[in-house]
Write a protein that binds this ligand. Structure first.
Ligand SMILES: Cc1ncc(COP(=O)(O)O)c(C=O)c1O
Length: 413
């Protein structure tokens, strides 16, 4: 496909945003007009290797025929249908998610923050009979930008300038079990964590931390909730990151949280959020207690089913485990404890954090200038989130660009 000659240039597009779009995002000065696989093209027809991937959304890359086919077919059959009624796609997708996670039920929404909002309401419903409403979350966590999700987020900067936060959230140091247990009080209803902190800098939990949280929740009668918005949809090589982190523990089959928020990559770029709720609590949100006009519409469910089944049927989940390990070891070879750009690498599968010596945003801009897109995170970390079907050649290209940036850094030191 050639560039559409009628497309406006970068300057014109940026000017349009400047004049008419609310400036709530710190955007990089580039405008993309098309994509294919692991690549994006800007308005000047320059090609970029996309390892930002819509921040863990484009699991099958850009312009995927799987996504396009499912979209076209369902749009021509049943695009939207009110939640006053039933449709086959909702039942089918929910059944698939339950099969991959464990006995329970699913509430559908449209985004990560909404998937978390369902968890917040579940926790409050659960705690209500004994007057409990509080949710303990981790420092450095990120749970979204609605008022409640902002309050849940363990980073003060996201709340600044928005008045009093929604009550009922307290933040405890991540990976500190004793501190978490000490924080539990009579008003506590649930604990919510990301199995791997994403925005917080690709910080994976340990297996013993997840097991310890489960024990605390069981001991004090709390719900254990996971935010897998960024880590789910096979990004780590298993459907959910907690399943990957629990591998080899011997307790993997029996380990489950009580609720899980998912979104981002579930439908490969089409918006959808989903909240899985474990069996004994799955009916707590009864008729009239929670709703979303667009949540679980046939189109979103059909695309998610097509994307997720494609990943499973083609073994793309297992492939990204191996590819991720290779990418990680190649990146680690660029790292040095005392000099150069890269300090060390963290993460699993297709969710990798390159810990750099300079401001993550500056490094992301430099890599963009060299033709590689990455997603900055907190703590001087740039995230690599390639499509799960990325090729070895594309990974080698990313390594070469990062290697060149690293050598340039050393030359200026
Ligand atoms: C872990 C986590 N939770 C929630 C969200 C919010 O998702 P959304 O932007 O779809 O509302 C994000 C977004 O980055 C996330 O990474």
């Amino acid at each position: 496909m050639t560039n559409r000659m009628a497309d406006p240039g970068t300057a014109e597009i940026l000017e349009g945003y400047g004049r008419f779009v609310v400036p709530s995002y710190a955007r990089f000065p580039v405008a993309f007009v098309r994509g294919k696989g692991s690549y994006l093209w800007d308005a000047e027809d320059r090609r970029y290797l996309d390892f930002c991937g819509g921040i863990a959304v484009n699991v099958l890359g850009h312009a995927s025929s799987v996504v396009a086919k499912a979209l076209a077919e369902e749009a021509g059959r049943l695009l939207h249908c009110s939640n006053l009624y039933y449709h086959p796609m909702g039942a089918k997708l929910a059944e698939t998610l339950v099969r991959w996670i464990g006995a329970g039920k699913v509430f559908f929404s449209n985004s990560g923050a909404e998937a978390n909002e369902c968890l917040f309401k579940l926790a409050r419903r659960f705690g209500e009979p004994r007057g409990a409403f509080e949710i303990l979350t981790a420092q450095g966590s990120f749970h979204g930008r609605t008022l409640a999700a902002m309050a849940a987020t363990g980073q003060d900067k996201v709340r600044q300038g928005f008045g009093p936060p929604v009550p009922g959230f307290r933040h405890v140091p991540f990976l500190e079990l004793a501190e978490m247990e000490r924080a539990v009080g009579p008003a506590t209803a649930a604990i919510l964590v990301e199995p791997i902190q994403g925005e917080g800098g690709i910080r994976p939990a340990t297996r013993s931390y997840l097991e310890g949280l489960r024990e605390i929740c069981d001991r004090y009668g709390l719900l254990l909730l996971f935010d897998e918005v960024q880590t789910g949809a096979f990004r780590t090589g298993r459907f959910l990151a907690f399943q990957r982190l629990m591998e080899g523990s011997g307790k993997e089959a029996g380990f489950l949280p009580d609720g899980i928020a998912m979104a981002k990559g579930l439908a490969g770029g089409y918006p959808i959020g989903a909240t899985w709720i474990r069996e004994p609590y799955a009916d707590l949100l009864g008729p009239g207690s929670h709703a979303s006009t667009f949540g679980g519409a046939p189109l979103a469910c059909a695309v998610a089913l097509a994307v997720l089944e494609h990943i499973e049927e083609r073994g793309i989940d297992r492939q990204i485990q191996e590819k991720g390990e290779w990418l990680r070891s190649e990146l680690q070879a660029l790292a040095s404890p005392d000099r150069g750009l890269v300090r060390f690498v963290s993460g699993v599968g297709g969710l990798l954090g390159v810990h750099v010596r300079r401001d993550a945003r500056t490094v992301a801009q430099e890599l963009l200038d060299r033709g590689l897109l990455v997603a900055p995170a907190a703590g001087n970390v740039v995230r690599l989130l390639p499509p799960l079907n990325v090729s070895t050649e594309e990974m080698s290209e990313a390594i070469a660009i990062l290697g060149a940036a690293s050598r340039a850094e050393e030359a200026t030191c």
